[in-house]
Design a protein around this ligand. Structure first.
Ligand code: 7RM
Length: 631
């Protein structure tokens, strides 16, 4: 399944376009199926209606666990590095992980979970999180992992949208020198979640929590009541594997749905190729399992390939900025997969934290989440890779399931700040505003895909029309990514960023409308407009223009009130970096906010604001500039 040379890449790419079904059937043959498919692919981007490996039967955990037991049962599946470097590492062999997953799957069954039920997981980055995810997959339950940074209200919205029956959480989480009271947040969320009947609580931080009789049970107690045998549920390839909520340009997050067969094949294939994973190597993806990167490249991709996946509980700067390099040295990490925001943040500490750490085990470096600027690319290459580890800048999305445009380490060339070339099986096109395909090289446009790949989303949970509208209606017969892109003279792709109202803060997608809704919930706020602006470390920061006529004489306190409101409604990750109180917002005659102008102001531009003549009231722009002058 691994491509070995540039010539082979070219040949395989060609085959993947000319005979996609043969190509993907060949890849899928490397996996374990209880029954093979009747049809590789049927698709239609209008509805959309996309099915991969129809008729096939499997269980993804048999691919991620059982099939490795005979030969590699004692090989480490997960190496867990705690937040506190003084605490012990935990290593779970495939055999042990398999046993834990089966046991916990039995706990879920004992608590009434059935095939097809939706389970919300809100947990710290501990091995039990991976176990919980796999236990759901074992019995055919659908997991919906929610990142630890979301608020009670955001969790409740997601739980209700998916009608989750059970929640898996922990007392608390460690993050650097902070503790997060996960169970308290869940308790607040569940006040408004009538579908949740049970909560399984893992002991982690030993913080006091409330346990409600009849609803809440301890993870540890439940384990004592079940056995370690749990046959894997036989699933259809197109059965749902998970839901993952992601922000878009509207106010409400969408539940992106991935199905079992295609997602498994796609994450396994991309993992094995882009990172050039070799047996025995240690793969360290620094993402949180609460995001798609963690789903695909901490859990499913590496485990389906029998790899060793390193899972880190903490943050790059705790106890200090040398933590990643300590971990690389300690566990002899071969492949490091992280985000530009982490690279830029570590870069700001200079090279001192790297000194004295043996990084010679590193062989491949990966980047994901946002465009990587040239400066960060070169620093990563020179200081971390010592000039001899290829950087795979992997472009992809929650909706694509796995990486799409990326170098293949040691096979295809890299180019600073370029995601470079599509993997075989991926057919990108650039289109202009009218949806006409832009052919040739040295061009830019909106990035679309013209043919399905096994990892593509199938729907948005409970609202298929929304899926169609968001991804398949802008340009007929194309999947629209929402990203702008350049294809240079050599045919290499460089992603230039979102072209919709989505902000990418530290690799996390945040919808401007979502933040505006949250701000507008604060009493006293009349209206707000949120835009992204360039931020040295985060990539983009959040800039909020807020109409708030009466700030009670204390502007700073009012700003903090607004931040608190956003934290409560969405979570701390959506807090604006800057708030400017204004008397009006630039609007067109049809009432649309002209974000273009606000974006320019947020970028620090004060003179070249472009055409403002179509505004209902061009004077508001001067008022905004005056407000800016005052602060
Ligand atoms: C994996 C992930 C998706 C959005 C996507 C882009 C941006 C991600 C890169 C990138 C440039 C990259 N999923 N993006 N990777 N931009 N180069 N290598 O991040 O759903 O959370 O975000 O992130 O804008 O559309 S995501």
């Amino acid at each position: 399944m691994q491509i070995k040379s540039l010539d082979e890449y070219n040949a395989v790419y060609k085959q993947s376009v000319e005979q996609p079904e043969e190509f993907w059937a060949g890849i899928a043959d490397h996996f374990l199926w209880r029954k093979k498919w009747d049809k590789v692919l049927s698709w239609d981007f209008k509805e959309p209606n996309i099915k991969w490996f129809e008729g096939a039967k499997l269980n993804i955990t048999e691919n991620c666990l059982d099939r490795h037991l005979e030969e590699n049962g004692d090989k480490p599946a997960i190496i867990w590095e705690p937040n506190d470097p003084e605490k012990d590492t935990i290593t779970l062999s495939y055999k042990i992980l398999h046993e834990h997953v089966c046991r916990f799957a039995n706990v879920l069954k004992k608590n009434g979970v059935k095939k097809g039920d939706r389970i919300c997981i809100y947990m710290p980055m501990v091995p039990e999180l991976a176990i919980a995810v796999l236990a759901c997959a074992r019995i055919g339950a659908v997991h919906s992992v929610i990142f630890g940074g979301f608020s009670a209200r955001a969790i409740a919205d997601r739980i209700n949208d998916a009608e989750c029956k059970l929640v898996i959480t922990a007392d608390g989480a460690y993050r650097g020198n902070k503790q997060i009271q996960l169970k308290d947040v869940i308790d607040d969320a569940l006040i408004g979640c009538p579908t949740v009947k049970k909560v399984v609580v893992l002991t982690n931080t030993r913080t006091p929590i409330s346990m409600i009789k009849g609803r809440d049970v301890w993870w540890e107690d439940e384990l004592k009541l079940v056995g370690s045998e749990c046959p894997a549920e036989e699933m259809d390839a197109e059965d749902m594997l998970f839901i993952l909520y992601t922000s878009g340009s509207t106010g409400k997050p969408k539940g992106v749905v991935h199905t079992i067969g295609g997602y498994m094949v796609y994450t396994g294939y991309t993992f094995a190729n882009a990172f050039n994973y070799q047996p025995g190597e240690v793969f360290f993806c620094t993402a949180d399992i609460g995001w798609i990167t963690g789903h695909s490249y901490i859990v499913y991709g590496p485990l389906s390939q029998g790899a060793t996946s390193l899972m880190f509980e903490g943050i790059p700067t705790y106890p200090d900025a040398s933590r990643f390099w300590q971990i690389v040295e300690k566990h002899k990490v071969n492949i490091l997969y992280t985000a530009p925001t982490a690279i830029r943040s570590l870069m700001s500490f200079g090279t001192e934290p790297i000194k004295g750490h043996d990084l010679s085990s590193l062989r491949v470096l990966g980047s994901v989440g946002e465009p990587i600027n040239e400066e960060a690319w070169h620093w990563y290459d020179e200081e971390i890779g010592k000039g001899n580890s290829p950087i795979v800048d992997t472009w992809w999305q929650t909706e694509t399931g796995g990486l799409m445009i990326s170098p293949i380490a040691y096979v295809t060339p890299t180019k600073p700040s370029y995601a470079t070339l599509p993997l075989p099986g991926v057919q990108p096109v650039l289109v202009d505003e009218e949806g006409r395909e832009i052919l040739g090289n040295g061009v830019s446009g909106n990035l679309c895909m013209k043919f399905p790949w096994p990892g593509i989303l199938r729907t948005t949970y409970g609202d298929h029309e929304r899926c169609r509208q968001t991804y398949f209606s802008t340009y007929p017969n194309l999947y629209f990514t929402g990203d702008g892109c350049l294809r240079d003279e050599d045919g290499y792709y460089k992603i230039t960023g979102r072209v919709d109202d989505v902000i990418n803060v530290s690799g996390h997608r945040i919808g401007t409308a979502e933040v505006e809704n949250a701000i507008n919930m604060h009493t006293g706020v009349v209206e707000s407009a949120v835009v992204g602006y360039p931020h040295d470390v985060k990539g983009q920061g959040i800039y909020a223009f807020v109409i708030y006529p009466n700030t009670h004489g204390d502007v700073e306190l009012t700003k903090m009130d607004i931040l608190k409101t956003v934290t409560r409604v969405i979570g701390a990750i959506a807090k604006p970096d800057k708030i400017l109180f204004v008397t009006g917002l630039p609007k067109t005659r049809s009432g649309k906010i002209m974000r273009r102008i606000l974006r320019k102001i947020a970028e620090g531009e004060t003179t070249n604001l472009g055409d403002t003549t179509t505004l209902t009231d061009p004077a508001v722009v001067d008022e905004i500039l005056a407000a800016l002058q005052k602060v």
